[in-house]
Design a protein around this ligand. Structure first.
Ligand code: ATP
Length: 230
């Protein structure tokens, strides 16, 4: 693990996603995990999506705008547009390398859902990520992570990874720059952006699934409403 002799700064959380759109399933588990781990600042980093990729997606600027609304509502978050500004497909290893260069003495804690943890072996340069950050994993869909793993090989890799890197006490995230995995026992919220897009495309209300400010923005800009290929 990347340990450091000198006193480290307080950890910075990073929560990256497509956020197409950002929803309560992103926000509440992350806030809960931040409380458990005593992390009081989290960068929300919407990833870049080429604007022509899918007519059903909101533009980078629209997704960023919704993220900014959430940051106004919940000041623990701040908007970090570095992936959007890079203007090419996002790899978390690039995001984290940029943040590591900017914050050399700060433990970086990347927040993900359990679905992302089980697919981590497919991430670009995934081993390098553990040199750059810790992972804080929020429960998604109420299932234990082991029940979601696909192949036996992936299961074995995940077991090994957790055996090497999982910590039970979140204080460890404050004592090293990178390298740990902390499984936060957050309350599951079964919400996804794809369901929200589908609901909006058939004119259903999503007001219980997103913050009021985001709902207002979605309605005002008629996002995902018609002619969308979902
Ligand atoms: P889509 O439905 O379009 O695939 P999504 O809802 O999964 O989108 P993303 O922006 O792709 O949202 O997810 C970003 C991160 O948020 C990922 O790490 C994912 O695991 C996590 N996440 C998304 N929804 C939830 C949820 N309901 N509970 C916990 N984590 C979540």
């Amino acid at each position: 693990m990347a340990k450091c002799g000198k006193q480290l700064d307080t950890p910075l959380g990073i929560f990256g996603g497509t956020f197409d759109p950002i929803h309560n399933g992103h926000i509440f588990p992350t806030l809960e995990a931040a409380k458990i781990t005593s992390i009081n600042k989290i960068a929300l980093t919407p990833c870049f999506i080429p604007s022509h990729k899918n007519a059903a997606t909101a533009s980078s600027q629209q997704r960023l705008r919704m993220v900014k609304e959430v940051c106004k509502d919940y000041p623990v978050f701040y908007p970090e547009p570095l992936d959007i500004n890079r203007n090419k497909p996002t790899y978390s290893v690039d995001t984290l390398s940029e943040l590591r260069a900017k914050f050399p003495n700060t433990p970086l804690c990347f927040f993900i859902g359990t679905d992302s943890l089980i697919s981590i072996f497919k991430w670009h340069k995934w081993q390098n990520l553990f040199e750059l950050c810790h992972f804080v994993v929020c429960i998604r869909n109420g299932e234990a992570v082991y029940n979601q793993v696909g192949s036996a090989e992936d299961q074995l890799m995940l077991n090994n990874l957790l055996q090497q890197r999982q910590v039970q006490d979140p204080i460890n995230l404050h004592k090293a720059l990178a390298g740990h995995i902390y499984m936060a026992n957050t309350s599951p919220l079964n919400i996804s952006s794809s369901v929200i897009r589908r609901m909006l495309s058939t004119n259903q209300s999503v007001e219980k699934l997103v913050p009021t400010s985001v709902n207002q923005y979605l309605r005002q800009h008629k996002l995902y409403q018609q002619g969308s290929k979902l």
